[in-house]
Design a protein around this ligand. Sequence first.
Ligand code: ZN
Length: 249
Amino acid sequence: MRYKIEDYPFEKYDCLHYLKTLYKDRGLKLFYQFLNRTQRRPFSRALINTYAPHGIGLEVGVGARTICPTERTILSDAFFAHGLHDSIAKVFFHGDEIPYENDSFCFIVSEHVLEHVANPLKVLKECIRTLRPGGKLFLFLPHKERTNDSHRQVTTLEHVIDDYNKDVPLDDQTHMDEWFKNVVRKGLMPFHYSHLSTKDLLKTGSIHHHVWTEKEILEIVQFCGLKVRYVNAKVPDRRDSFVVVSEKS
Ligand SMILES: [Zn+2]
């Protein structure tokens, strides 16, 4: 089944939508956070609006909150909940089969998603297929050295190509043991996942299959034929993350 962009119920009022989802997520604490909204992720929001100032975009794997301009971004997710939080997505599908036509979007944003995917190249190829020529891809990802993955090895370009060639499925468990050894047993399991069983962690896409810094992601997007437009090894308003912005030619 295919979705149509025209059918998506866009939010007319970005601010109001943000307030609503924050209330759902945080309850009364939202008032404090809402007052700070202009301070919340101002860098990342500005980055998206600078490189993709116009047109409709897609967020892949939105989770409980978004930094995208919601009046022109389709909020999508593969899961209804992540850890303790419900997703605010309005359309649901897995990133390795994006149900939109070729060349649909002016931009695609994906924040802390690709590391949860067992076959990242497959998802990237779907993003590229649905991006318009000249469209921008924003990849915000946890930096190996500044997250729970600091004891793990980085994932190479060769590895993701291999996963792609083997057509690794979404429920792949190849990295489970290594993740357990280097994250869970070292006491680095994020709190918001601690109520989930091992089996459920896989079903909800919660484990980090792969681990990167900006260097490997640069190689991967260039391998995919994208032109790199912007790189920041440490996102100023989300310090565990790096960001790579690239363009479809
Ligand atoms: Zn892998």
